[in-house]
Structures are given as structure tokens and as C-alpha cells.
Design a binder for this molecule. Structure first.
Ligand code: ZN
Length: 307
């Protein structure tokens, strides 16, 4: 039983229309699900991913309209790292983002930038055997497209406090060539979790910050993971049915909220795979409130509407 890297990452936006524009139009991800926050159905939960809505490429946002911009601090994820094929892809994105007036910086192995609300991303040329997870976009050739997650980086002043949970309980392996970095790798995919020293200022949850990171678990293994985390004193929630996957939540010792989420049943469970994300999808327990819910939601462009 091993976790296969990052399943999804969930962040916060205060401006859903601009969020759709940035991730679906500029970055070329596919809006695969437009649903609501199951704990607060008056606001969206937007899911961007590759063409198939795969675990490993799924960035999601809770929408809190008009939310103040937050900032990452101790116990918060500060950077989402994605894979691209090569340096030609970095060149492509450097030019495409410049044309959209988004500032970028070349880093050792990649290209850094932030979304309109300050959520930091990095594109990395990754040397991994994992299948690329790519969305189709008319302006983004497949050779240079974003290929799914490589890593998340969090702030942690006391990384030693998290080591036992990460390694003994969750099965992450320390990366040999980078301090305070751990890989969760299963038979098909892997992903990295890395720590950096926090800034002096306290973090503030808000627009442009990450709410939680989910690690990818086998569909039949979620109960066993829940028990394993509980036995280790990790205080997980019960297994929760999120309709598109089943989930367990707990905070790792730094304060970062972790979720373990199952690979499946997936986003095609309630929509035609050809038309994912085009209309508001509601889990069955909210379907009877559809009219009221749709009335309160922010109107959004449908990036692939064929109507
Ligand atoms: Zn989640």
C-alpha cells in the first residue's frame, strides 16, 4: 500500500471568473468540474486538470467571492510545482505568460510565476517515468503543455517534527539529493513534498493560498490508510464520501492540512466525459437544492461551451 504522489491540490480564490480565465485559457488546463463546496454549497468548487480529469493533475479552488488576498506562512503550502517536457516548454511559457502580463522568473530547473491572486507556481523539467497528464488547448501544443504535478513546497520551521508521520506512517521516502524533501511514489506515479524555512510574517489563509494537498490512494485502501493514520495519533477524520473520490483529512505536524483521496470513481461519474465542467454538477444529496444553489453562484464563462 503506497501513496502515488499528489492527487489534487485545493486553493482559494476570491474571483472565480478571473480564476477560470487564468487556469483554463492561459495555462490551458481543462475545467473538468464546476461544482460547489460540499460543506458550503453557496460557493463554487472548481476543478482544473488534464483532459481526463486525472488524479495527479487536479488543481481545485474554493471560491469565496471577494476574499482578501492571503499569504503563505508557517504550516502552509507556498508553491505548486508542475512538470513540463523540456526547456523549450519553459521558453514557451515564459513568452505566453509575458504576453498576458504575468511576471516570470527563470529558476535553476524551471520557471516561476504567480496566479492573479498570488498563488505561486513553478514549471519544472522533470525526469520521471510517469505518464504525462495533458489537457487539449488550441493555443498550447502538446509538446509544451503542462504535464501534471511534480511537487508542493511548504513552509516549516521544524521539519524534524514531521518526519515520522511522513516516512513511517505515510511511506514517503527522503530524497537523497535534497534536504527536507520527500517523495510519495507508488507503482504508477510519484510526487514530492518539500519544506522551506518560513518567512518572518505569519501566514494568512485567503485568496491565492493553498487550503490543502491531497495524496493519491487506491480506491480499496482508504479505510486502511485512515486506520493507519489514526493508530499513529494523526487524528484523521472518518472516511468522507466526496462523490468523485473518498477522502480522509488530517493536519501533519507543521500545520499543513493533508487529505488522502482515492483514485476513482472520478469526474465522469455524473457527466459525459466530453462535456465535463460545462454545467454545475451537484452531488446527489444537494440535487434537490439546485435551483437555490444556482441562483447564488457567480456566473462563469464555460471555456469549452459548444452551445
Ligand atoms: Zn481535497
Amino acid at each position: 500500500m503506497r501513496l502515488e504522489g499528489i492527487h489534487h491540490i485545493t486553493a482559494i480564490t476570491g474571483d472565480a471568473p478571473r480564476n477560470v480565465d487564468f487556469y483554463a485559457r492561459i495555462l490551458g488546463l481543462r475545467l473538468v468540474k464546476k461544482t460547489v463546496n460540499q460543506d458550503d454549497p453557496s460557493v463554487y468548487h472548481l476543478f482544473y486538470a488534464d483532459e481526463d480529469g486525472s488524479p495527479g493533475a487536479d488543481l481545485t479552488f474554493f471560491e469565496y467571492p471577494g476574499a482578501h488576498v492571503g499569504r503563505a506562512g508557517q504550516g502552509m503550502v507556498h508553491t505548486v510545482a508542475w512538470r513540463v517536457a523540456d526547456t523549450a516548454a519553459l521558453d514557451f511559457w515564459e513568452q505566453r505568460l509575458a504576453a498576458e502580463e504575468t511576471a516570470t522568473e527563470r529558476t535553476d530547473a524551471g520557471l516561476g510565476f504567480a496566479d492573479p491572486e498570488g498563488l505561486r507556481h513553478e514549471l519544472l523539467v522533470a525526469d520521471v517515468p510517469d505518464a504525462p497528464l495533458i489537457a487539449d488547448h488550441p493555443e498550447v501544443p502538446r509538446e509544451v503543455a503542462i504535464q501534471g504535478f511534480d511537487a508542493v513546497r511548504a513552509y516549516n520551521a521544524r521539519p524534524e517534527r514531521s518526519v515520522d508521520l511522513l516516512t513511517d506512517v505515510l511511506g514517503f521516502r527522503p530524497l537523497p539529493d535534497e534536504p527536507d524533501a520527500y517523495e510519495a511514489r507508488g507503482s504508477a506515479r510519484g510526487g514530492t513534498y518539500a519544506y522551506d524555512p518560513p518567512p518572518a510574517d505569519r501566514g494568512l489563509q485567503g485568496a491565492g493560498t493553498v487550503h490543502h494537498v491531497a495524496w493519491s490512494a487506491g480506491l480499496d485502501e482508504i479505510d486502511a490508510w485512515q486506520e493507519r493514520v489514526a493508530e499513529a495519533g494523526g487524528r484523521p477524520t472518518p472516511v468522507i464520501d466526496r462523490f468523485y473520490f473518498r477522502s480522509v483529512y488530517f493536519r501533519e505536524p507543521s500545520g499543513v492540512l493533508f487529505e488522502l483521496a482515492t483514485r476513482g470513481p472520478g469526474f465522469a461519474v455524473d457527466e459525459d466525459p466530453e462535456r465535463l465542467g460545462e454545467s454545475v454538477a451537484l452531488p446527489p444529496f444537494l440535487e434537490h437544492r439546485r435551483e437555490e444553489i444556482e441562483r447564488t453562484l457567480t456566473p462563469l464563462p464555460s471555456p469549452r461551451s459548444r452551445d
